[in-house]
Write a protein that binds this ligand. Structure first.
Ligand code: NAD
Length: 323
């Protein structure tokens, strides 16, 4: 198949590209390298079945041209990371809504199924745990910038349902805290990247608040496996799937685990959220996916134990630092 991957030079996108090429597909990537990097796809640049366009999904004509003759599109290009969104909400909103509109508009012409990368941020600060795909969304005030990411991604999901009525098949994956090699080392959105970077540099691991907020960290191989399984289910019915691990751990426990696995003697330092995100920041206290639907309909299960995934990620950070 000929497959377009938007954001394919990003962290998750580049792993997805590796899998698609390994399965024998022809892969076209469009990425503006705003948060992705050429290094993530360097090893594929000379591959016969791989084409890279250093460009943006905000170019509607380009998107239409790239999607002509494609058998599927994986739409991952997005402004990501809470820190980036809070720093520049307008770009985040425009990027995340217009890019998706362009993909779906082109899909009406090409008939190409669309796999859309959504997020656990969709659920906001709902306390109906674990989060079910059909659960309510609970968000804070629109004056709090962080909720614009959730809102833009939710509008994207609405667009998928709306375009399905025009004949565009699709599926939605909601990722829960994916981590692994090729994560942006600056850790603009990932607490795992931030902790590993700090641990290897011998710097304090900065835990926001009391560290009792919980997450379910999902190794990238599992994120990609769930994405591929969902894409195979793309229909005009449009289903959303939680793609995440069921193991809930506090951010403080994560910091302790990173210290143990990296052998670092760094200390843990609690810092207020405002130090990084400004006044009025709101966090999600617990974030846990209900994966029953993904298990039943996709056969999905996050198989990589956290200790193993973290060890592989720490190793990648070490190799990167020494290369
Ligand atoms: N990593 C996670 O835990 C997580 C969680 C929830 C959702 N997601 C979603 O998964 C997708 C991939 O995220 P990631 O974690 O790999 O982050 P990433 O930043 O590595 O990937 C996003 C990619 O999109 C590219 N991009 C951004 N705007 C673009 C544009 N206008 N045109 C072309 N390319 C553009 C970036 O350069 C980058 O390569 C995103 O849609 C994100 O919202 C990720």
């Amino acid at each position: 198949m000929k497959i377009l991957v938007t954001g394919g030079a990003g962290y998750i996108g580049s792993h997805l590209v590796d899998r698609l090429l390994a399965e024998g597909h022809h892969v076209v990537v469009v990425d503006d390298l705003s948060t992705g990097s050429r290094a993530n796809i360097q090893h594929n640049l000379s591959h016969d079945h791989f084409t890279f366009h250093y460009d943006t999904v905000l170019d509607k004509a380009l998107v239409a041209e790239l999607m002509r003759g494609c058998d599927a599109v994986f739409h991952l290009a997005a402004a990501v990371g809470v820190r980036n969104i809070v720093a520049d909400p307008l770009s985040g909103i425009m990027n995340n809504v217009r890019g998706t509109e362009h993909i779906l508009e082109a899909a009406v012409q090409s008939g190409c199924p669309v796999l859309f990368a959504s997020t656990s941020e969709i659920y906001g600060k709902s306390d109906q745990l674990p989060f079910r795909e059909d659960g309510d969304r609970v968000l804070g005030a629109t004056s709090v910038a962080r909720w614009s990411y959730s809102t833009a991604k939710a509008l994207d999901e609405h667009l998928l349902y709306a375009y399905a009525s025009r004949g565009v098949p699709g599926a939605i994956v909601r990722y829960f805290n994916s981590y692994g090699p090729r994560m942006h080392p600056a850790g603009y959105g990932s607490v795992v990247a931030r902790f590993i970077g700090q641990a290897l540099a011998g710097a304090p691991l900065t835990v926001h608040g009391d560290g009792q907020q919980t997450r379910c960290f999902t190794f990238v191989d599992d994120t990609v496996a769930g994405t591929l399984a969902a894409a195979r289910q793309a229909t005009t019915t449009i289903e959303a799937f939680n793609i995440g691990s069921s193991r809930e751990i506090t951010v403080l426990e994560l910091a302790e685990l990173v210290l143990r696995l990296s052998g670092s003697s760094s200390r843990i330092e609690h810092v207020p959220y405002q130090a990084d995100y400004g006044a009025g920041f709101e966090d999600t206290r617990r974030r846990v996916p209900d994966v029953e639907k993904s298990r039943r309909l996709l056969g999905f299960q996050a198989a990589t134990p956290l200790e193993e995934g973290l060890a592989r990620t720490i190793q990648w950070f070490r190799e990167r630092a020494s290369s």
